[in-house]
Every structure is written in C-alpha cells, then in structure tokens.
Design a protein around this ligand. Structure first.
Ligand SMILES: *[C@@H]1O[C@H](CO)[C@@H](O)[C@H](O)[C@H]1NC(C)=O
Ligand SMILES: *[C@@H]1O[C@H](CO)[C@@H](O)[C@H](O)[C@H]1NC(C)=O
Ligand SMILES: *[C@@H]1O[C@H](CO)[C@@H](O)[C@H](O)[C@H]1NC(C)=O
Ligand SMILES: *[C@@H]1O[C@H](CO)[C@@H](O)[C@H](O)[C@H]1NC(C)=O
Ligand SMILES: *[C@@H]1O[C@H](CO)[C@@H](O)[C@H](O)[C@H]1NC(C)=O
Ligand SMILES: *[C@@H]1O[C@H](CO)[C@@H](O)[C@H](O)[C@H]1NC(C)=O
Ligand SMILES: *[C@@H]1O[C@H](CO)[C@@H](O)[C@H](O)[C@H]1NC(C)=O
Ligand SMILES: *[C@@H]1O[C@H](CO)[C@@H](O)[C@H](O)[C@H]1NC(C)=O
Ligand SMILES: *[C@@H]1O[C@H](CO)[C@@H](O)[C@H](O)[C@H]1NC(C)=O
Ligand SMILES: *[C@@H]1O[C@H](CO)[C@@H](O)[C@H](O)[C@H]1NC(C)=O
Ligand SMILES: *[C@@H]1O[C@H](CO)[C@@H](O)[C@H](O)[C@H]1NC(C)=O
Ligand SMILES: *[C@@H]1O[C@H](CO)[C@@H](O)[C@H](O)[C@H]1NC(C)=O
Length: 515
C-alpha cells in the first residue's frame, strides 16, 4: 500500500470517527415479510433489506409535538472495510425508501465503490409515514388525466377551459381530506428528519447522501439548512431549488425536445433493429417525426371534442415522454408505437398513471410534497396566466402534457409549517458533487449549473446521457468519479465531461442479457 493511500485512508477514517462514536439508537431488525411483500408487488427480487423505525417530532415548530415514527430501511455494504452510511432519496417526490432502495441501492452502491451501507426512508407523505391520500372515504375522487417536434395542443386553451377549475377542485379535495396532517409534509421537515437519522446512526453525525431527481431538492434543502453537517452529497438529475420552491417548475422541459430528437436519431442509427424504420422505411429523423405526427394528428384533433379524446391523446404522449427517461427502453418504445399504429395497443401502452408502487400512494403524495413546498399561490386564473403562457413555450413537443399537473400547487391551501424558503446559498463542509446528463427530459443540466452557483465549491460533472439520472445511463467514467468522491472526498475538475458506456440499443441488449 502506498504512503498516500495509507494517509488517505487514515484521514478519511479520522474524518468519520474522530469524534467518539455515539451508540446507535436505531434498532435494526430483519423484516422478511415486508421484503417479500415489496418483491412481490414489484415483481422482481431486489437486495434484502433490514427495517427500523425512528421517532421524530411530527411538528418541528412545536416543542411539545407528538412523535412521528419514520420507517427506515437499510442494505449492507458489499465490501470491507465499511466506511459509513449513505442516505438515499429516490425522488418523485413520492418515492418510498422501501420500494426503491432494494432496486436502486445495489447499482448506486457499486457506483460508490461498495463500501457504504445505504439507508433510505419513507419521506413524509409516502409509504407508512403520514400517507397522503386525497380519496374520500366513499371512494370518489377527481379523475386525474393519465398521466423536429411532435404535434401539440394548446396549453393555454386547456388552462382556461377546465384546467384551472380542475386544479382548484383537486386542491380543495386534498385540503378536505388531509387538513389535519397536510402541513407536516414538505421538504423542510424531511431535511430535519434526515438530521435526526444521522444523529441516531451511531456515526459522526455527518450526512453522506445520494439524491436522485427530487432527491436533489431534498439534498439542497438540507445543505442550505445544515451546511456544516454535509460530509458527502451527490445530487444526480438536479433541480434548481429556487425554481422548485415556486411550484411551477419553470423551464424543466427545456431539453425534452432534444431528447425526443435523440430518440429519432438513435432509431435511424440502429435501423436494422428499430421497429419504426422497419415498418416505415424512414431514412432520417425528420421522416420519423413526420410519421409520428401522422399518427398523433387524429388524436390531437379529437382533444377539443371530448374529455375522452383528451385522455387518449394525453396518455399516448405521456407514454412517449415517460419512456424517454430510460434509453434502454427505446427499442421497446419504437416497437410499441408500431404495434399501436397497427391497432394493437399492447398492455403497457398509455398506462403511465398506474404506479408500480402498490405500497405507495400514487400521485397524491407527489402533490402533497411538492405543493406544500410551493410559495407561489394565486387566487384567480388571470394571475396564473403568464405562467401558463411561459410553460407553453418551453417544449414544443411536450409542454402540452407536462405542466397541467403542476397547476394544483398554485391553488394549494396547506403550506408546510416552518418552511425554509431560500435563498439556498451555502458553503457546505464538503463541497457538493452534481451529476447531470445533457439530454435529461425532466431535469435539464441547466438546473445543475444553477444549483452549483448556490453552493460554494460544488462541481457539475456532465455526461452525454439521454435518460434521467445515471441509473438510466450507466457510465464507468461517472462511476469512477462518484466512488472517488465518496471514498476520498475528491471532486472532478470543473468542466469534466463523461461519455456513456452504451448507446440505447446496446443498453437494451445488455439488459436483455441480464434478464
Ligand atoms: C446487515 O449487517 C448486519 C450486521 O452488520 C446483520 O445483522 C444484518 O443481518 C445484515 N442485513 C442483511 C439484510 O443482510
Ligand atoms: C392558444 O389559445 C389561446 C387562448 O385560447 C390563444 O390566445 C392563443 O392564440 C392560442 N395559441 C396558439 C398557438 O394557437
Ligand atoms: C378537515 O378534515 C376533516 C377530516 O379529517 C373534515 O371532516 C373537515 O371537513 C375538514 N375541514 C375542512 C375545512 O375542509
Ligand atoms: C421487421 O418487420 C418484420 C416483418 O413485419 C418483422 O418480422 C420483424 O420482427 C421486424 N423487426 C423489428 C426489429 O421490428
Ligand atoms: C430525409 O429523407 C428524405 C427522403 O430521402 C429527404 O427527402 C429529406 O430531405 C431528408 N431530410 C433531412 C432533414 O435530411
Ligand atoms: C375520436 O373520438 C371519437 C369519439 O370519442 C372516437 O370514436 C374516435 O375513435 C376518436 N378518434 C381517434 C383517432 O381516437
Ligand atoms: C399485439 O402485440 C403483441 C406483442 O407483440 C402480440 O403478442 C399480440 O399477439 C398482438 N395482438 C394482436 C391482436 O395482433
Ligand atoms: C386512499 O383512501 C381510499 C379511501 O379510504 C382507499 O380506498 C384507497 O385504497 C387509498 N389509496 C391508497 C393508495 O392508499
Ligand atoms: C442569499 O442570502 C445571503 C444571506 O442572506 C446573501 O448574502 C446573498 O447575497 C443571497 N444570495 C442571493 C443570490 O440572493
Ligand atoms: C436557471 O436559472 C435561471 C435564472 O434564475 C432560470 O431562468 C432558469 O429557469 C433556471 N433553469 C432551470 C432548469 O431551473
Ligand atoms: C482514493 O485515493 C487513493 C489514494 O490516492 C487511491 O489510490 C484510490 O484509488 C482512491 N479511491 C477511489 C475509489 O477513487
Ligand atoms: C442487439 O441485439 C440484436 C439481436 O441479437 C443484434 O442484431 C444487434 O446488432 C444488437 N444491437 C446492438 C446495438 O448491439
């Protein structure tokens, strides 16, 4: 072992264990029944996890608050020596620890070098932690839609003719069903919950954290509120917190058209194995767009005629959008579209609203969390109209299906208690590492650069990935930087750029080989 390596190991060990280690107050137990339930619900066997609960204040603004029992989950490091625990939030918002840690954990752990235990938890609003559900006891509920450029419909029209009214009814319904607990949701209290967790782990009271997608927002709240507690923070698929807190997501779709273009180009580049080329003889991306638009045209035409017409259109486009998150699914996306064009709507086509997460509470939790963070509310549709007009211009292909769900936040009536509202500038003890792909359909890389300007010393590691986050776009180059960061605390040089290991069609083949 080289001297520098010995020194690095010693320094790192000192970093974690210099303080007398407090005894862990978390009692981990094996929980085979929940392991079995989750694996059955998702239909895959993931990594085995242990379970615990941790009592934390339900209301951090009230010293006499009753306790909330947070559900915690842990998978063990795969390599010795174990260097500590990394907390993981899988995004959404609305994603649960129980359902995501066993599946995402092993891949993330490999990226980090295998020497960290990983702990996740069900954030407020999800799983068994204040489940947020806006269905009335009698079972009634507002139906929620669904979920070169594609044909689009007029977002402003939709807003003025029913869209805003739906948003208000939905906010009303969530208030009527959750007014007792709705104000204890939101990212600020979840950041405080994370502080309670790291204080109970029996380590050094420092946060080591891996946040993906909305998980980047949670990391940013924590970093801004408790900068001196940040030992490692990796944010992947990054959202600008100052945009997030407004609730209307600004230009989050700004790279979505580029992602759609990439799909069409990759299809042509893999012409022997892309069903669309096979079925149409298309020779370039514009011909693919032409053909897709020919399919969408009649659906778009039907949107103004009936609510059902809108639902069919919305489901179709949302399906295409959702598959852009996962490049390894692109060959399948092409296949599904061809089948649909032949009148064969295969089982998963259009089914983007149904969550595979049975343990979770679907779209309600998403609203419960993001809307209680949102500081921007209006009392009339006129006041929100400028936002809608802005939203309509962000993505020519996807703005029409990408913003409506966010309007609910502008009518929300349960702002979270003790809310942190910015401005999110901080100097963290260890600088933050931000990772982002250049074609991310939902977290454009601009969000990572914006966030990086807020946190002293932080670095953006860019990669050429098409999907949402490095789980969707594996890259050995990115993984090496991540493990160097977690193990040694070293950051890549600003401006570092990584390539992916596999293109979409190769990744699909590789996935098929594993299964
Ligand atoms: C994780 O490691 C602990 C001991 O460090 C052990 O008691 C526990 O059974 C392990 N859990 C799993 C799921 O392997
Ligand atoms: C969309 O609808 C709005 C309101 O009905 C209208 O003012 C606007 O011109 C329309 N936009 C386009 C591009 O047709
Ligand atoms: C508050 O919630 C309770 C049910 O928890 C409901 O009965 C009541 O009507 C709600 N209040 C308002 C003002 O919506
Ligand atoms: C191409 O089309 C033929 C005939 O329809 C079909 O048998 C084959 O599976 C298709 N290949 C791909 C990659 O879609
Ligand atoms: C795509 O291919 C068609 C048919 O060969 C051709 O007419 C068209 O100019 C091409 N478009 C582009 C943008 O290259
Ligand atoms: C348009 O709507 C009508 C009535 O809802 C329906 O019968 C028809 O199939 C729809 N057309 C398309 C292309 O979906
Ligand atoms: C629809 O496509 C699926 C998947 O390729 C196939 O199994 C099924 O037989 C097709 N159904 C019809 C009616 O063509
Ligand atoms: C939400 O509440 C309703 C009414 O109590 C219940 O039927 C439904 O199963 C709940 N949904 C979830 C996802 O827990
Ligand atoms: C954020 O707040 C800090 C402290 O209040 C202030 O010094 C800083 O200028 C602000 N930064 C921005 C970008 O507004
Ligand atoms: C980045 O910041 C600028 C300036 O605040 C803002 O206009 C833009 O929407 C932000 N981008 C993203 C993706 O959040
Ligand atoms: C950590 O630093 C040591 C010493 O420079 C190096 O040998 C080792 O490969 C680094 N570990 C990782 C995971 O990059
Ligand atoms: C994927 O697998 C198919 C079938 O084995 C093969 O024809 C194709 O060349 C592979 N594609 C890539 C990009 O490796």
């Amino acid at each position: 072992m080289s001297l520098t390596r010995v020194l690095a190991t010693l320094l790192f060990t000192a970093g974690i264990y210099a303080l007398p280690r407090s005894k862990s107050t978390i009692e981990w137990k094996s929980c085979p029944a929940l392991n079995k339930q989750i694996f059955e619900e998702i239909g895959l066997v993931g990594a085995s996890f242990d379970c615990a609960t941790l009592p934390v204040p339900l209301d951090y603004t009230d010293p006499r608050s009753e306790k909330l029992h947070l559900s915690l989950f842990r998978i063990n490091a795969t390599k010795e020596p174990v260097l500590g625990t990394v907390l993981y939030n899988p995004g959404g918002p609305g994603g649960t620890g129980a359902e995501n840690l066993p599946y995402d954990g092993p891949k993330l752990m490999e990226n980090m070098g295998g020497q960290f235990d990983m702990v996740s938890f069900d954030p407020r609003g999800t799983g068994r932690t204040i489940p947020f559900n806006c269905t009335l006891e009698d079972g009634s509920s507002l139906t929620r839609r669904g979920s070169e450029v594609l044909i689009s419909t007029n977002l402003t029209d939709r807003f003025l003719h029913g869209g805003w009214d739906d948003a208000v009814s939905r906010a009303d319904l969530c208030y009527a069903t959750n007014n007792n607990t709705g104000r204890f949701l939101g990212t600020t209290f979840v950041a405080r919950d994370m502080l309670e967790i790291i204080d109970s782990l029996g380590e050094d009271g420092m946060l080591r954290y891996y946040g993906w997608s909305y998980g980047s927002v949670l990391g940013e709240y924590f970093a801004a509120m408790f900068p001196e507690r940040v030992d490692r923070m990796l944010l992947d698929g990054v959202v600008d917190p100052n945009i997030w807190k407004l609730g209307h997501r600004g230009n989050y779709l700004v790279d979505a058209d580029a992602a759609m273009q990439a799909f069409a180009e990759e299809c042509v580049a893999n012409k022997n194995n892309c069903a669309i080329v096979n079925a149409t003889g298309a020779t370039n991306a514009s011909e693919i767009f032409e053909w897709l638009n020919m399919l969408l045209e009649p659906l778009a035409h039907n949107v103004t005629d009936s609510e059902e017409g809108w639902e069919v259109y919305y489901a179709t486009k949302s399906y295409i959008y959702s598959q852009l998150y996962w490049p390894s699914r692109w060959p399948n996306l092409a296949q599904v579209i061809v089948l649909a064009s032949q009148g064969n709507v295969s089982a998963d086509f259009g089914d983007t609203s149904a969550s595979s997460e049975v343990y979770n509470h679907g779209p309600d939790a998403i609203d419960g969390i993001r809307c209680s963070d949102a500081v921007f509310q209006v009392s009339s549709p006129e006041a929100y109209l400028p936002q809608v007009e802005y939203q309509a211009g962000v993505s020519e292909s996807f703005s029409d299906i990408g913003y409506e769900a966010l309007w609910t936040c502008a009518a929300w009536m349960m702002p979270s208690k003790g809310r942190y509202e910015g401005n999110f500038t901080a100097k963290t003890k260890t600088p933050i590492l931000l990772v982002n792909g250049e074609y991310d359909v939902t977290s454009p890389i601009q969000g990572a650069y914006n966030a990086s300007r807020l946190f002293d010393g932080s670095v953006v590691l860019a990669h050429s990935g098409y999907g949402h986050g490095i789980i969707a776009s594996p890259s050995r180059c990115v993984a090496n930087y991540i493990s160097a960061y977690f193990v040694n605390g070293t950051l890549p040089d600003p401006g570092t750029h990584c390539k992916l290991d596999l293109g979409p069609w190769e990744a699909a083949n590789a996935t098929a080989e594993i299964v």
